[in-house]
Write a protein that binds this ligand. Structure first.
Ligand code: FE2
Length: 299
C-alpha cells in the first residue's frame, strides 16, 4: 500500500546539477518516488530552438498524409498501421477533436496535433543534438544504466482547447523489456501548469505491479492485456507543474496521467524513452525498428 500524501506534498524537485551529476539525495528521491524533477536542466533558448524545429517539421508535412488520431481514451491507435509503423520514422498524429463536424480543422495545423514520433532523435539533426548531451549520458549512468539506448522520442503538442486527456498508465506497458528497464526523460518546452494539462504522478507508484502489457498481434493490430485490474490510487497523484527547461525523469513503472488542455495556451513537451540494451526487447512490442536504423545511446 502507498502512504497518503498530505495536501502540501510535492514531487521531489531539485535544481538541475551541473553536468547531470545527480547527488545521492537526488538518486535516493528518484528511487523512492519513481520520479525526479530537475529545474532548469536546459535553457529557455534551447527549448525555443527545439520548438522552432518541431514547428518547421509540422510546416513541411502535408496534412493529407496524416491518417491517424492518437487518443488514450478512444484507443484508436490499436488498429492503425500508420501508428504501428512509426517506430523508426517521423510521423504526425492528430488530436481526437482536431476536426469539426464538416471535416475541417478547427485550429491551425500546429494546434491540431497530439504528437509527433517516434524517431526524431535518430532522423533529425536538431533533435539528435538535443537528445544526446553529456549531461543526459551522465544521468543515465547514475540512475543505473549499463548500456542505455534511446528507443523512442515524442514531441507532445498538447494544443490549446483540444489537447486530449492521457489516462493513468505506466510506460513499461508499451516499452517492455525483460527485465524491465524503461525510463522516461520528459522535457518541458513550454510552461506546464494544472491549467494547460501538466503531468501528474503517483509518487511511489512504481512499486505497484505492471498493470497492463501492450502487444502487437499483427501488422495492423495491437492489444492490451490486463495483468492487474486493481484501480489506480489516483487520489495520491501529485502535479508535475514545470517551467520551460525542466526535466522530469521517471521509472517505466511510475503511474502518470495528464488532464485535457482546455486553456488558451499550448503545453509543448519532448520525451525520450530509454532502455538498457542488456535486457531482452520482445518482438511483440509495438515499437520495432528497421535494422537500417540501429539503436543508439546518448553518444
Ligand atoms: Fe506515458
Amino acid at each position: 500500500m502507498l502512504a497518503g500524501s498530505p495536501k502540501s506534498a510535492k514531487l521531489p524537485t531539485f535544481s538541475a546539477p551541473p553536468g547531470g551529476a545527480l547527488s545521492d539525495d537526488m538518486l535516493a528521491a528518484f528511487h523512492a518516488s519513481g520520479v525526479l524533477v530537475l529545474d532548469s536542466f536546459v535553457s529557455v533558448s534551447e527549448c525555443a530552438s527545439l520548438k522552432a524545429r518541431a514547428l518547421k517539421l509540422v510546416d513541411d508535412f502535408d496534412l493529407r498524409d496524416v491518417k491517424s488520431v492518437f487518443s488514450t481514451t478512444d484507443q484508436t491507435q490499436l488498429d492503425d498501421r500508420y501508428f504501428i509503423e512509426s517506430g523508426d520514422k517521423i510521423c504526425f498524429f492528430l488530436e481526437k477533436d482536431a476536426f469539426d463536424s464538416t471535416g475541417n480543422l478547427r485550429q491551425a495545423k500546429e494546434n491540431s496535433l497530439n504528437k509527433m514520433g517516434h524517431a526524431m532523435h535518430d532522423l533529425d539533426p536538431v533533435f539528435d543534438r538535443f537528445s544526446r548531451t553529456p549531461a543526459l549520458a551522465e544521468i543515465a549512468k547514475r540512475i543505473g544504466f549499463d548500456d542505455p539506448a534511446i528507443i523512442q522520442s515524442m514531441y507532445i503538442f498538447k494544443p490549446p482547447r483540444i489537447g486530449g486527456e492521457v489516462v493513468c498508465h505506466q510506460d513499461s506497458t508499451y516499452i517492455y523489456t525483460e527485465p524491465e528497464s524503461c525510463v522516461g526523460f520528459w522535457f518541458a518546452l513550454e510552461d506546464a501548469t494544472i491549467d494547460n494539462g501538466c503531468m501528474h504522478f503517483i509518487p511511489g507508484g512504481h512499486r505497484l505491479p505492471l498493470k497492463q502489457r501492450n502487444r502487437r498481434v499483427s501488422e495492423t493490430e495491437l492489444s492490451t492485456d490486463v495483468l492487474d485490474a486493481e484501480p489506480w490510487p489516483e487520489h495520491l497523484k501529485l502535479p508535475a507543474e514545470a517551467k520551460a527547461g525542466t526535466l522530469v525523469i521517471f521509472n517505466g513503472r511510475a503511474p502518470h496521467l495528464s488532464g485535457p488542455n482546455r486553456s488558451d495556451k499550448s503545453r509543448h513537451a519532448y520525451t525520450l524513452h530509454v532502455i538498457d540494451r542488456a535486457c531482452h526487447y520482445p518482438p511483440e512490442n509495438w515499437l520495432q525498428r528497421s535494422p537500417d536504423l540501429p539503436l543508439r545511446g546518448f553518444v
